[in-house]
Design a protein around this ligand. Structure first.
Ligand code: ADP
Ligand code: PLP
Ligand code: ZN
Length: 301
């Protein structure tokens, strides 16, 4: 149909660097998706720099943009993707948009990265967004991709073991979400990260584990890139969340390897790369986006 592979992506925009829509749009386009981007904020750069200035879109402005798309009959999407949202009123308006699009196209998929925060830094959005994600977004979501911190905050379950993680995912399934991937947990050995997933699409609940190399650096925009890639690969492989995760992580590993190599070279021997030097090297990884390797393997349980 006319709306196959058309994504409405509601995330942040940064002038410089790669988080939010700047991290998600290029990969989805390279992989053949039309991307209509609504910028929840327009910042100079991500919030991890010393200075971060810009504008925030409010819920009325979101409504204005969406109503015009509707009036022109150009609001036909196969997917809605949401990421960083900074206010309660904006998130509630996002819920309205998703409900309306789903009512008119029951096949439309909603991919939700419930951006709340991370260990170490804590919340980077108002804490009041947590119950809204839990009660209003999760029931509408076809795929959600929390990090470990977000999975814990959404469920109230502290994840110390793999069992805890699956307990948390069960709880999220009960809210109505069909596919859940915790993008990374600290449950692996020293230099590894462990992705865990749970899918209800098949005849039964399929669980998966994927262990990956952990790079010794802190990246930003990785969650946004991860969710965009997973949206694409789960569209290509709708009944195989494990394969979708393998392709996604294969590209993530290539992008982070190149990003860290460039960052270290720029920093010079013995120096820790600055936030500017460690921005994702998405453009030079175009080929790794188009052709993920097949060297990453998930275990289905
Ligand atoms: P977020 O960026 O939203 O906090 P994660 O930290 O789970 O989410 O990162 C998303 C993805 O980015 C992970 O699945 C992993 O593929 C990749 N990633 C992020 N940081 C690292 C790292 N230090 N080493 C390897 N992969 C990483
Ligand atoms: N959007 C903005 C404006 C940010 O500052 C950040 C993180 O600092 C993000 C999105 C999310 O980044 P990540 O994908 O690493 O969770
Ligand atoms: Zn994130």
């Amino acid at each position: 149909s006319s709306c196959e592979k058309r994504v409405l992506s509601i995330q942040s925009h940064v002038v410089s660097g790669y988080v939010g829509n700047k991290s998600a749009t290029f990969p989805m386009q390279v992989l053949g998706f039309e991307v209509d981007a609504i910028n929840s904020v327009q910042f100079s750069n991500h919030t991890g720099y010393n200075v971060c200035k810009g504008q925030v879109l409010n819920s009325t402005e979101l409504q204005t943009l969406y109503s015009a798309l509707k009036e022109n009959d150009i609001d036909h999407y196969s997917h809605v993707l949401t990421g960083f949202v900074g206010s309660e009123s904006f998130l509630l308006e996002v819920v309205n948009v998703i409900k309306e699009l789903k009512a008119r196209n029951p096949n439309m998929l909603f991919v939700c990265d419930p951006v709340l925060g991370d260990f170490g830094v804590g919340y980077y959005v108002p804490k009041e967004l947590t119950p809204i994600y839990r009660e209003k977004l999760l029931p509408l979501a076809d795929l959600i991709t929390p990090n470990q911190f977000e999975a814990e905050e959404l469920t109230g379950i502290t994840i110390k073991t793999e069992e805890d993680a699956f307990k948390a995912m069960e709880l999220m399934h009960c809210s109505g979400c069909k596919n859940i991937v915790i993008s990374s947990t600290e449950l692996g050995k020293d230099d590894t990260l462990v992705l865990l997933g749970s899918s209800l699409t098949g005849e039964k609940n399929k669980r998966l584990r994927l262990t990956m190399h952990k790079f010794d650096a802190h990246f930003t925009g990785t969650g946004d890139l991860f969710t965009a890639l997973l949206l694409v690969w789960s569209h290509t492989h709708p009944d195989n969340l494990a394969l979708a995760c393998e392709k996604t992580i294969a590209t993530m590993q290539s992008v982070l390897k190149k990003t860290l190599e460039v960052a270290k070279k720029r920093a010079g021997p013995g120096n820790k790369p600055t936030v500017g030097q460690i921005e994702l090297r998405l453009i030079s990884c175009k080929d790794d986006i188009e052709h993920p390797g097949n060297n990453v393997k998930a275990t289905v349980m």
